[in-house]
Design a protein around this ligand. Structure first.
Ligand code: GLU
Length: 553
């Protein structure tokens, strides 16, 4: 009996004429050098930081080469599928401004001419190619049961021979078509395996974009192509999809390197052009005891992409950070091109760290601080409004009703050569400026961080004298400071630090101690940004109110 009869029995309703797919999904008409890349997650509902880094590079390179970036959902492994899992991924990508040119845009919709972009909807395509391979004698049904495979593995372990379904171990490979057809007709369950034409002794070379040449043995394993549920396994789906979707660059985790011989063989027997491959190392962190370990979605909150959104770390800062860890020469480039857009940077696959990437939240927060410090107060205000609207309604209501006031606060020490770098994220801003808002300041039990001068009567005298006899709203910064000094002289504190240092015993304290009293009375804190600016923004009435807190005995 012929292969064709076998193939027709297995796939009666599918044509093995795969040319229709070649025609339906033609070569893309793109400029020379354009990269077509894809992000291909399982619908697990969220994006891990390691995958975000991959998605970021896969998105970046097409963007800078007039190429295409698309999202494909790999849902052929039911175990990795969660309800609404596609939407979760789409949200995470959207939150990071990773936009797609083609692919899945919701649980039920997609855009682009190379779909369907969800693997479970491509069943017929995989079947068509599987049928073709059966006809060509390059694939066959395997009837081995789970117990038989386990027993084979045990024997291999016992004999200390290579594990796997290959050569003489591949029991079903040499069945005759008659035997196969009979078993199928008898209702025996089967899967479809590749009849590998490879020899383990032969060597093949992977020209990895990141790692250079890697030599590996040729594949001789009769891997599964189509599982018992009728869906393909990763290897088969990957090769067919990336061919038909005309992917030029496959970027994926290093755990796939060892599967390359299978993929390369499938590309070759299906007569497809192989894409370029780049295998990325795992994203790691240094844990409490100083050792490196894989960033774990179970142990590390920062492994989930939603963490950054919830914290209000600006997307652009995360992008800068991702690029810093993606390409080892990016930081130096940015230092010499501070005004350029990240998209002017020429990405180099060879500059991806091979040994894995160290993920460092502190560094990300520093980049974020730096980034926010360069925005205008108006921009920070807008972003803060957007952030608090989603995550802090109380603060949102306060700032939305006090736009100019809040913007002025955010502007403190911003318009200067070296702007102040207080805020590492939008969730952090409230911690720095809450005291400027009466609603948050008078919480009934504010604790004042008075330093050297903490005698209640002395504090009261200083504040009263200052507000009644010295402070005037119209004063410029110089006059303002002169007046604080005059207050010092009047009350027996040194207005001149040099004099104070020479003879501290002659004074009750110094000008810094007096300023601290004013600062703490106004903000509760002994360390704040510029006191003069804070006072200007508060205005005399509110200053008086805050000082009056100390006028009770
Ligand atoms: N679905 C595969 C994974 O999540 C994708 C690997 C690839 O990009 O080819 O690991």
């Amino acid at each position: 009996m012929t292969n064709k009869e076998l193939a027709d029995l297995i796939f009666p309703n599918v044509s093995s004429d795969t040319i229709i797919y070649e025609q339906r999904y033609p070569e893309r008409n793109l400029p020379e050098g354009a990269v077509v890349s894809r992000f291909a997650p399982s619908p697990t509902g969220f994006v891990h930081m390691g995958s975000l880094l991959t998605a970021f590079i896969e998105n970046f390179v097409p963007k800078t080469t007039d190429g295409i970036f698309y999202l494909r959902i790999e849902d052929t492994d039911g175990k990795r599928t969660v309800e609404n899992g596609i939407n979760g991924i789409i949200k995470d990508l959207k939150d990071f401004d990773i936009t797609i040119d083609e692919g899945v845009i919701s649980e039920t919709e997609e855009i682009g001419n190379y779909g369907p972009y969800i693997q479970s909807k491509r069943k017929e395509i995989y079947e068509s190619y599987a049928k073709k391979l059966i006809e060509e004698g390059l694939a066959y049904p395997c009837f081995c049961k789970e117990e038989e495979l386990t027993s084979m593995r045990e024997k291999q372990e016992h004999k200390k021979t290579r594990i796997g379904y290959y050569g003489n171990w591949a029991k079903c490979r040499d069945l005759t078509n008659e035997e196969r057809i009979e078993k199928i007709k008898n209702g025996e369950k089967y899967i479809i395996r590749l009849k590998s034409p490879g020899k383990f002794e032969n060597k093949i070379i992977l020209n990895d974009l990141v790692r250079g040449k890697i030599e590996m043995p040729e594949n001789d394993i009769d891997v599964v192509l189509i599982k018992g549920d009728g869906l393909p396994i990763y290897h088969f789906a990957h090769v067919i999809d990336d061919h038909l979707m005309r992917t030029t660059h496959v970027l994926r985790g290093e755990e796939w390197i060892s599967s390359y011989p299978i993929h390369s063989q499938l590309f070759s027997i299906l007569r497809f052009k192989e894409p370029k491959y780049g295998h990325l190392g795992v994203v790691m962190k240094i844990d409490e005891n100083g050792s490196r370990r894989k960033l774990s979605k179970r142990k590390d909150p920062e492994a989930a992409v939603s963490f950054y959104h919830e914290k209000g770390i600006p997307i652009d800062a995360v992008k800068l950070y991702l690029m810093t860890i993606a390409n080892t020469n990016f930081e130096a480039w940015l230092d010499s091109n501070p005004e350029k857009s990240i998209y002017d940077f020429e990405f180099d696959f060879k500059k991806i760290s091979e040994s894995g990437t160290l993920f460092d939240v502190e560094k990300l927060l520093n980049i974020s601080k730096n980034y926010i410090s360069k925005l205008t107060a108006e921009e920070v205000y807008e972003n803060l409004v957007n952030y608090t609207e989603e995550y802090d309604k109380e603060f949102y209501n306060i700032i939305i009703n006090n736009k100019d006031y809040t913007t002025n606060i955010l502007n403190i020490e911003r318009v200067q050569k070296k702007p102040r770098k207080d805020y590492s994220s939008y969730s952090d801003i409230k911690n720095h400026i809450w005291y400027m808002f009466d609603e948050l300041f008078y919480d009934g039990n504010q604790t004042y961080d008075f330093q050297k001068i903490c005698d209640k009567k002395e504090i009261k005298d200083i504040l009263n004298d200052y507000i009644n006899n010295f402070y005037e709203e119209k004063d410029d910064k110089e006059v303002w400071f002169e007046k604080i000094k005059s207050l010092c002289d009047k009350l027996g504190y040194a207005s001149n630090m040099k004099e104070y240092k020479e003879n501290p015993e002659n004074f009750k304290g110094n000008v810094a101690d007096i300023s601290t009293v004013i600062r703490v009375a106004l903000t509760t804190k002994s360390m704040t940004p510029d006191l003069y600016e804070i006072m200007k923004i508060l205005g005399k009435d509110r200053i008086t109110d805050r000082f009056n807190v100390f006028n009770v005995d």
